[in-house]
Design a protein around this ligand. Structure first.
Ligand SMILES: Nc1ncnc2c1ncn2[C@@H]1O[C@H](COP(=O)(O)OP(=O)(O)OP(=O)(O)O)[C@@H](O)[C@H]1O
Ligand SMILES: [Mg+2]
Length: 208
């Protein structure tokens, strides 16, 4: 069966698009790849169709999103990443109903953590993903309180700040970063699937 992960949270740079694309890139970079598709719901974002290890589809209106979901949910083995629906109340309802998990990225800053807490209250199924987190222990210690503001049960382990992420949404940037991002992206997709209770083997192409 198809599995759906929705990247949710307020509009404004929390990391929804980057995370959706990274998870999809990781899925396509596994030793036994998982087919993945990112559904772009942001009216300000131009969906790309440059060659990637996953597909990107235009879902920028409720009608398009519904049609895309219907199409992909009918497929047997596919991981669907819905990028950014929860900032749009009209899309919220649709996505929350079909998603196997809602993932709420947030960055290490006061306002971001506060917003994450509010969004978690609103979105009962959502799990927070602290992202762009410092690796350096000293710096990590300084942002620890933004981690602890979110109840431990409702968050995943922090995902590190990665360089080269900025280009991910452009064709040239993707080509330049695809190799270096593959390892962290593989780790991320496996962690997310584990948290959602999805066995990757359910999504892999069956062995010939
Ligand atoms: N793990 C990370 N490491 C480094 N930079 C990151 C990470 N995650 C996100 N970013 C950066 O944060 C910025 C905002 O991320 P992104 O565009 O994914 O957010 P968004 O939630 O989709 O925003 P919007 O609501 O505007 O669509 C980008 O410049 C992206 O490169
Ligand atoms: Mg976005």
């Amino acid at each position: 069966m198809a599995k759906v992960i929705a990247l949710v949270g307020s509009k404004g740079g929390s990391g929804k698009s980057s995370t959706a694309h990274l998870i999809a890139h990781g899925a396509g970079s596994l030793p036994r790849p998982i087919n993945a598709v990112v559904l772009t719901t942001d009216p300000e974002e131009e969906p790309r169709d440059d060659p990637r290890r996953y597909l990107v589809r235009d879902a920028r209106t409720p009608a398009l999103l519904l049609a895309e979901l219907e199409h992909w949910l009918a497929q047997d083995r596919i991981l669907v990443l819905v990028d950014g629906a929860a900032a749009r109340p009209d899309l919220d309802a649709v996505v929350q109903d079909v998603a196997d998990m809602a993932l709420l990225p947030y960055k290490p800053a006061a306002q971001d953590a506060e917003r994450a807490v509010l969004n978690l209250e609103r979105l009962a199924k959502a799990v927070a993903l602290p992202t762009a987190w410092p690796r350096h222990p000293g710096t990590a210690r300084r942002v620890r309180r933004w981690l602890e503001m979110v109840p431990e049960k409702r968050r995943m382990a922090p995902f590190p700040a990665l360089s080269k992420l900025d280009g991910l949404l452009s064709a040239e940037g993707y080509q330049a970063a695809a190799y270096d991002l593959a390892a962290p992206a593989r780790g991320l997709v496996l962690e997310v699937l584990a948290r959602a209770g999805i066995d990757p083997a359910e999504l892999e192409e069956p062995r010939a």
